[in-house]
Ligand binder design. Structure first.
Ligand SMILES: NC(=O)c1ccc[n+]([C@@H]2O[C@H](COP(=O)([O-])OP(=O)(O)OC[C@H]3O[C@@H](n4cnc5c(N)ncnc54)[C@H](OP(=O)(O)O)[C@@H]3O)[C@@H](O)[C@H]2O)c1
Length: 285
């Protein structure tokens, strides 16, 4: 099958392209040049010229601060474009997966969030992503909106690589210990999304995709340290409200429950600690 993937220069889009190529699919990589999601007036016409048998949309404005500073652009890319992509897929009757986020929740209640929990985003990023979810499902009820959280993987280094590199270089470590979610290894997300894409007669709707087990950035850092050759290295505890670089509000408790994904597909996501170990082992191969 020809699978079109947006955002292939990004962390998840790049991993999806790598995954589908590895299992022998033809990937139509839609980078920003081929398909600019901010050009909402011409997006459907652009897609009309591209042949595909399924579409996955991980592309988004993902910086909370950029979204907060440019809500109009965030609206076009994160809120309006997903509805246009879904409409095109509905007309062609081809599978569509739109990627969303745990930041649609307000994060006020400890515990894990299911797909049935109400979404009440507190940032422009979260608000525009929620409107994008609704637009996609309203245009194409058989589409999937897959919410992921705290992505890590080789395509774009982030927090995980920063902690590991600082550890190797003997630099002091610190991480926020009062914000909780679930990490998601991009390779595991790709497998889970492929299970969704392979469902015949899909119900469509919201589905949570992450490596389960609520943790904080401090918890992730401690896990990296514990599995390293310097397992006694201390990790200082930092607080969310000390982060002066964070202008946009961040929700505190957004760990997601993945039992619906397993019920739908029969595929169980491994705990994030196993996923992290798998990522580091592939890096050293
Ligand atoms: N990263 C996380 O921890 C996280 C957590 C929860 C949910 N998510 C969701 O997961 C998805 C993937 O996130 P990610 O971390 O892989 O994102 P990312 O690494 O920030 O990549 C974003 C991608 O979107 C593309 N993009 C941005 N604006 C665009 C536009 N106007 N037209 C076309 N493409 C555009 C970027 O292209 P350029 O390279 O050209 O900028 C890039 O390829 C997103 O939907 C995000 O909301 C991510």
């Amino acid at each position: 099958m020809k699978i079109a993937i947006t955002g292939i220069t990004g962390r998840l889009g790049g991993a999806l392209a790598r995954y589908y190529q590895a299992i022998g699919n033809k990937v139509i990589g839609l980078d920003r040049l081929a398909c600019d999601l901010s050009k909402t007036d011409s997006l459907a016409i652009t897609l009309d010229q591209i042949e595909f048998g399924a579409l996955i949309n991980p592309a988004a404005m993902t910086s909370l601060e950029v979204c907060e500073n440019d809500p109009e652009l965030s609206d076009r890319v994160n809120a309006i474009a997903p509805g246009i992509l879904a409409t095109v897929c509905a007309e062609r009757q081809v599978p569509f997966i739109h990627i969303s986020t745990d930041y649609v929740f307000d994060g006020k209640e400890p515990g894990t969030r299911s797909e049935k929990d109400p979404a009440k985003p507190i940032s422009v990023y979260g608000k525009t992503k929620l409107v994008g979810e609704e637009a996609a499902l309203s245009a194409y009820p058989q589409a999937w909106v897959a919410r992921v959280s705290w992505l890590f993987g080789p395509e774009r280094p982030g927090f995980v690589e920063m902690i590991r590199d600082r550890l190797v270089q003997g630099e002091p470590l610190g991480a926020i210990d009062d914000k909780f979610s679930c990490p998601t290894y991009v390779d595991d997300a790709a497998v889970a999304l492929d299970h969704l894409l392979s469902l015949t007669d899909p119900a469509g709707g919201l589905v949570h995709v992450c490596n389960p087990g609520p943790t904080s950035w401090h918890g992730i850092a401690c896990e990296i340290v514990a599995r390293s050759e310097q397992p006694q290295t201390p990790v200082a505890r930092q607080k969310l409200d000390e982060m002066t670089g964070f202008q946009a509000p961040r929700p505190v408790h957004t760990a997601m429950d993945v039992s619906y994904l397993e019920a739908l597909t029969g595929h169980a996501m491994r705990p994030w600690q196993e996923a992290l170990a798998a990522y580091f082992s592939t890096e050293t191969e």
